[in-house]
Design a protein around this ligand. Structure first.
Ligand code: SME
Length: 157
């Protein structure tokens, strides 16, 4: 099965499991688990959430993988850049990205996708890291953006 078809399958699985779930954390945990189980090129999969007490800072949320750093200021590293811009970033070689935060030295490439509330506010970023260089492409971007767009639908915020 190709990546696009796998993203479509995982999107359906996530929707089926989170249907009616009112906890954003439960939704993040479900999406992270099912994505991480589905793709061999993923190494670290998780969400950094906008901290309601510090709105210019991300705090780690549900993740699958090795120990992640706890907090990332907006503008710092790949996650912080996406939090600031609201646009997905694909980084082919994290070692060449200025200010990259090396939580795990085995990571070589990553994709970070913003997650917005139904009201259009940034709620989190989804960070997927790979040990392979240049592991993520437009198929990953479209697949992950599609999942992130529906993840928080129906939740109050
Ligand atoms: N890769 C991220 C940091 C978080 S960890 O890798 C889990 C970044 O530079 O934004």
């Amino acid at each position: 099965m190709g990546k696009t078809a796998t993203y479509e399958r995982v999107a359906k699985e996530i929707a089926a499991v989170i249907g009616g779930e009112t906890s954003a954390i439960a939704r993040y945990a479900t999406a992270g688990c099912l994505l991480s189980e589905a793709f061999a090129h993923y190494y670290w999969t998780g969400f950094y959430l906008v901290d309601p007490l510090k709105p210019n800072e991300l705090v780690v949320g549900p993740y699958q993988g090795t120990l992640g750093c706890l907090r990332i200021p907006f503008g710092k590293g790949v996650c912080g850049a996406v939090a600031r811009s609201g646009e997905t970033l694909i980084v082919k070689d994290v070692h060449a990205f200025p200010g990259h935060i090396a939580c795990d030295t085995l990571t070589n490439s990553e994709i970070v996708v913003p997650v917005f509330s139904e009201a259009g506010n940034l709620a989190a970023v989804l960070d997927v890291d790979s040990t392979q260089l240049d592991a993520f492409d437009q198929e990953d971007k479209i697949g992950l953006e599609t999942i992130c767009k529906t993840l928080l639908l129906g939740l109050p915020q």
